[in-house]
Design a protein around this ligand. Structure first.
Ligand SMILES: *Cc1c(COP(=O)(O)O)cnc(C)c1O
Length: 386
């Protein structure tokens, strides 16, 4: 039995010494939270991505919550999103009393499409949250057309998609807003953290206020015109969703490595495509020609006749020190959502994909040799079920 010497995790951060030095400087400065680093980091992110506004949050989930608040999601509003995602994508709708409506994914791209979304639209539908799953962009032109036709908002869950391209352009918020997460397994990290990108000033103002209890000090926005220098107003119910200054410093420093991380991920993904191309038991991720993936994840899908062996293969890989994972359990399989009345059978392609999914390790610290080793071990594990 071939076994890897040390455990290889499916995803991992890469913190440079220079990143650490920046954080230490910040810790010795006057500001631990909301100092100059927040705005500086937001500006750097905007510059990189080519967007007007960026608002940092304490997590990607908090950021997406802010986005849902900014488009005014309320009790009973329906929001269409994929079940092939992390629970947070649906939870942010629930936080505001909205109703997540799960759209199925396309069999090839693993993303929601015009065909899967349009039949679910009705009078209560307010928004769509496409997930750029694994870093592969959704077909945004098509979803945008739906938003025009039915007057819907489009908020992208781009947790996986920092640096991904759609029709030659970096993803940055196609219509209303896009969220990116800075959790350690994502492209760059601030420990916890997230951001909303938008070109819309109104959303920007709301997000800033939502991040800090619904409070404003801005004279232009005060409802009661008080002149006192200490005066501020809480105008709606917001949260404390602020990122700390030393996290923002870390993120700004990490941003310098992003291009290298992206090129490394793309190279490693290509090595996987090459190494796995003759594995007849599995399907490798299809790449839509309209986009360029940022390869947050490399997922393989076992063909139908091997799907009932997924857990066995998964466990055999783990025994050999390969940190496989499954992204994702369909959101409505979780007990919380089951109890709300969502039932198996809702999204057939999603459920079928889930049964065959295995996420292979992919992160910039890996080398070609790691990809070859994972592939050889996968070969050995697949041979066990022949
Ligand atoms: C990571 C992730 C989130 C949540 O981001 P956090 O920063 O962990 O709160 C949301 N959606 C998807 C698809 C994710 O992968």
């Amino acid at each position: 039995m071939k076994k890897r010497k040390e455990f290889l995790s499916y995803g991992k951060q890469w913190i440079y010494d220079e990143d650490i030095e920046e954080v230490v400087k910040a810790l010795k400065s006057d500001y631990l939270t909301t100092g100059p680093a927040i705005l500086e980091c937001e500006k750097s992110l905007c510059k990189y991505i080519g967007c007007k506004y960026a608002v940092l949050f304490s997590s990607g989930t908090a950021a997406l919550h802010g986005a849902m608040f900014s488009i005014d999601i309320k009790e009973g509003d329906e929001v269409i999103l994929p079940a092939m995602s992390f629970a947070a994508t649906a939870n942010v709708v629930k936080y505001l009393g909205g109703i997540p409506v799960f759209a199925d994914i396309d069999k090839e791209t693993y993303t929601i499409t015009k065909e899967t979304v349009e039949p679910l639209i009705n009078k209560k539908t307010k928004a769509i949250i496409p997930v750029h799953y694994t870093g592969q962009p959704c077909d945004l032109d098509e979803l945008n057309q739906l938003c025009d036709k039915y007057k819907l908002k489009l908020v992208e869950d781009g947790a996986h998609a920092l640096g991904a391209k759609y029709k030659g352009k970096l993803l940055k918020s196609f219509r209303d807003m896009m969220m990116v997460s800075f959790h350690p397994v994502k492209h760059i990290t601030s420990g916890e953290g997230g951001v909303i990108f938008t070109d819309n000033k109104e959303y920007y103002n709301k997000l800033i206020q939502f991040r800090s209890h619904g409070i404003t000090r801005d004279n232009d926005f005060l409802e009661n015109k008080e002149n006192a220098a200490y005066y501020y107003e809480q105008q709606f119910l917001g949260y404390n969703y602020r990122l700390t200054d030393f996290q923002a410093v870390l993120l700004k420093s990490q941003l310098k490595h992003l291009d290298f991380f992206l090129s490394k991920r793309r190279k490693l993904a290509n090595e996987y495509f090459l190494a796995l191309k003759d594995f007849e038991e599995i399907v490798c991720p299809f790449q839509a020609d309209y986009g360029e993936s940022s390869y947050h994840l490399f997922v393989i899908n076992l063909k139908d006749k091997y799907k009932d062996q997924r857990d066995f293969i998964f466990n055999e890989m783990k025994k050999r020190n390969i940190g496989v994972n499954v992204h994702y359990i369909p959101i409505y399989y979780h007990p919380y959502y089951k109890k709300l009345g969502y039932k198996k059978g809702l999204c057939k392609n999603t459920e079928r994909l889930y049964e065959g999914l295995i996420t292979l390790p992919l992160h910039p610290k890996m080398e070609k040799e790691d990809v070859l080793e994972v592939s050889q071990i996968l070969r050995e594990c697949l041979d066990l079920v022949k």
